[in-house]
Design a protein around this ligand. Sequence first.
Ligand SMILES: Nc1ncnc2c1ncn2[C@@H]1O[C@H](COP(=O)(O)OP(=O)(O)OP(=O)(O)O)[C@@H](O)[C@H]1O
Length: 293
Amino acid sequence: MLTLDNISKYYAKHQAVANVSMHIPRGTCYGLVGPNGAGKSTLLKIIASIIQNYSGAIQFASSDTRIGYIPQEISLEEKITANDNLLFFGRLSGLRGKRLTKRVDEVLSEIGLTEQGRDKVGTFSGGMKRRLNIGCGLLHQPNLIIMDEPTVGIDPQSRRYIFSMIEQLKKEGCTIIYASHYMEEIEQLCDETAFMDNGEIIEKGRIESLIEKHAVPSIYVKGQECLPAVLSETDSVIEKDGGYVITTSNPLTSIEQIIRNCQGHHGELERLELVKPRLEDIFFSLTGSQLRD
Ligand SMILES: Nc1ncnc2c1ncn2[C@@H]1O[C@H](COP(=O)(O)OP(=O)(O)OP(=O)(O)O)[C@@H](O)[C@H]1O
């Protein structure tokens, strides 16, 4: 769908985006993850042509690329209705007449606000505003949708709504670039992801490949007299929720040791399970920083 080649952007002397190269395949949901100030919004604005003074090149695979950009800040007029906001943004995208009113109705239904179309936006909850903010970027039926932290500060119902909209857009063949602080959202929605820190892409790839490449297997054990006195030297053990997380290069041997130890000491095993590796832990191990400060 698009290829970024060595993109860099400075704000005065500060480099916000540093030599970013990546390929975003058509029809994927591509995650962009990083802490505050990593450079995500700047990179998305460059892709959406909102920022134009940067170095490097962007190549779109097709000349028929229609970009829908959904900004991090809610940009709605609160004193008018949802319907009128959509009409305004639809006109900005070049829609007119019956095509515009048809799209406004369709989008209101897609974002679950048909009943509230005639209500002033000032009366909406944060989640409803977020959904409308997304709707404003979808009127011209874009095939590349750029979403900058679309779920910040919303209720679970609106989050579910947004997720099912994204699934639907993917089914329709849209390519989505999704920036977020929330790693669990990236794991749930995205096919591929890039980790961004200090303006640079520090790792990227398919989610399952990243987990396979970086995750160190660990097990969780909880019980009385179950932790073997001597685990292999490479294992690290930390206490968690009354039990232990054991990071081990050989989980099966560790499990065997624990069961044997438990039987030998007539211990009581409450829980023994493999811990599913998480993207958040991989990000932490690569950058040494948490996503949410
Ligand atoms: N208009 C601007 N002028 C000067 N510096 C800016 C401007 N916009 C962003 N920056 C700086 O560039 C860096 C990257 O900011 P950017 O907003 O792209 O990061 P981000 O990853 O999107 O962060 P957040 O999650 O907080 O939005 C930060 O250090 C930020 O302070």
